[in-house]
Design a protein around this ligand. Sequence first.
Ligand code: MN
Length: 315
Amino acid sequence: MVQEFKVLLKQFDKVSIVTHKNPDADTLGTALGIYEILKNEGKEVEVCNWEGILPNYLDFLPHFAKIKRQIDFDKSLIISCDSGSIDLLGFDLSSRVIVNIDHHKSNTNYGTLNIVNDKCASASQVAYEFFKDEFTISKDTATCFYVAMVTDTQNFTTLNVTNDVLKVASELLYLGVDIAEVNRNLTQRKSLSSLRVLSETLETLEFYEDAQVATLVTTQESFKRTGATAVDTVGIIDYGIALATVRIAIFIMELEHTLKVSMRSNSADISELAVSFGGGGHRLASGFSIDKMDIQELLNNINREIKKRGLLNEL
Ligand SMILES: [Mn+2]
């Protein structure tokens, strides 16, 4: 596959690396890591994200400031990172040659070349394993890939953390990642508004089905009161799934016109649950967006679907 990629790469002087909407550390870290690999190959490279706002807490990633909102190159090779479907990229990519680098089981293989491995815990792991033998992995690239990996595995605590995942992490450290610096950046730079919105959101905690389902909601009023934005809610759902009785946690974020729903499970496969509401994701982490509606009614609908699908343990 890497030979096929090299043949493709030879046909282009320019490369546009694209990341998915509502960008996280995996899509951005993978893209910024590949950015440097291909710069070192003498290519002209841009990193693009369709969204207006980028997660500030990742601004320590090398080259973060270079991320653009539009694709400027018109005859470039497209490389997409961590995006299970082409729609999640936001850009019109019809008639473009696409290299699709991802780890989602639900990936639709929309690329000309599909480098997709759902055994990997992050897209950055896919990228690392793909590039490591034939390309130079610098310290900066290793840092980007490592941050993507730490974040997507919630500090190596998700079920898809295997021997191989830790081996790759170890190789990235060997390439020079400053782990203390990464940890400081990821854990000690929170905004006050993120703590305030966390506090308000925890007040909304409700339980369903003998406390096997926990729900949390961040409302528009809460965003306004605390000055927080959507990125400040990253990780809030983990408080729901942390409770001993809870099997499935649901977090609803009220945006201006839509409700964004994130779901976590500690055992049942909830990827199809999200699909049934028009979304998608992984076995234990999935989500969807829906036009604004009554939040309680939506929670009831989700709970009904959870029961219908038998996703909870019988007590
Ligand atoms: Mn990912």
